[in-house]
Ligand binder design. Sequence first.
Ligand SMILES: Cc1cc2nc3c(=O)[nH]c(=O)nc-3n(C[C@H](O)[C@H](O)[C@H](O)COP(=O)(O)OP(=O)(O)OC[C@H]3O[C@@H](n4cnc5c(N)ncnc54)[C@H](O)[C@@H]3O)c2cc1C
Length: 304
Amino acid sequence: MLAAVSKSFFYALSENKSLNKAAKKWGFRFGAGQVVAGVDIESAIRKVKELNDLGITATLDHLGEFVSSREEATESTDYCIKVLEAIAESGVKSTLSVKMTQLGLDIDQEFCFENMCRILETAKTHDLFVQIDMEDFKRCQITLDMVKRLRQTYDNVGTVIQGYLYRSEEDLDQLNGVVLRLVKGAYKEPAEVAFQEKSQVDDNYWKLIQKRLLEGTFTAIGSHDHNIINKVKAFAKEHHIPNDQFEFQMLYGFRTELQEQLVKEGYNMRVYIPFGTDWFGYFMRRLAERPQNVSFALKGLLSK
Ligand SMILES: Cc1cc2nc3c(=O)[nH]c(=O)nc-3n(C[C@H](O)[C@H](O)[C@H](O)COP(=O)(O)OP(=O)(O)OC[C@H]3O[C@@H](n4cnc5c(N)ncnc54)[C@H](O)[C@@H]3O)c2cc1C
């Protein structure tokens, strides 16, 4: 009961526009610095290097979402291009992750498409890959349409499928050949479109993973769930799926020991590294999905 209340509370905070705006000026609070890798490109690249030294690759995310003006969307696009250039210049092993609403999806879809093309053009020049994060259900179809359209010109782009949505299995079937990250899903969605029980989400997530591993296109399993990870390892062995056909992905600051252990066992491990001043929505979603994370938020609060 308490967990359900705190979940809804943190989801509501994550969507609060005034708090998201105010938090940009506060600097990191409540322990957010443990899961967000600094505010600028330099700090983010430093973290990537540290992880690369441990045999872990990265995907950088310059935090931002739901922008409401063309100026902000253009600024975000320019910044993504800078991140790609910084990756190329520093020679670190990293891809880029972006959110469509950061690039103007809610303002004008054609404008967002053009912004995405600018990003992919730069990525292509440097032989880099861009993953489009999946946001809330309202934006799922348009994101998938955008990915399909972009892939007519670019093959260095992929996206994310969320295990909690009823529609995901059908979406998966239409995305053979596209590099995907499979996750459970991070937004609060209603019963009309998404499984509500954790066991149902886990079952559907596992079903998608098996289907995808057998299908053969490179797949990322984005999860901190050791049960899922162990099942993937056993399934891959049983079906002779080579380690270079999949990778595990985790968020920066979470289960670092497990990340390193997986590398030692010979698996590909990539860490999603968010950075920038727009940390609030991202951080509140992390608190919503795992009440235990609240304890380090409280520690951060007390240490202020
Ligand atoms: C790389 C990456 C990218 C993502 N991209 C997206 C995206 O584009 N769109 C989207 O909607 N969502 C995204 N997510 C978030 C995802 O959808 C889930 O909300 C989030 O990962 C929580 O689910 P989980 O599978 O990690 O495990 P959960 O279901 O949260 O946890 C399962 C079990 O794993 C163990 N566990 C989990 N976390 C920890 C921990 N920190 N320490 C110790 N034990 C732990 C616990 O035993 C827990 O009961 C992403 C996640 C990752 C890792």
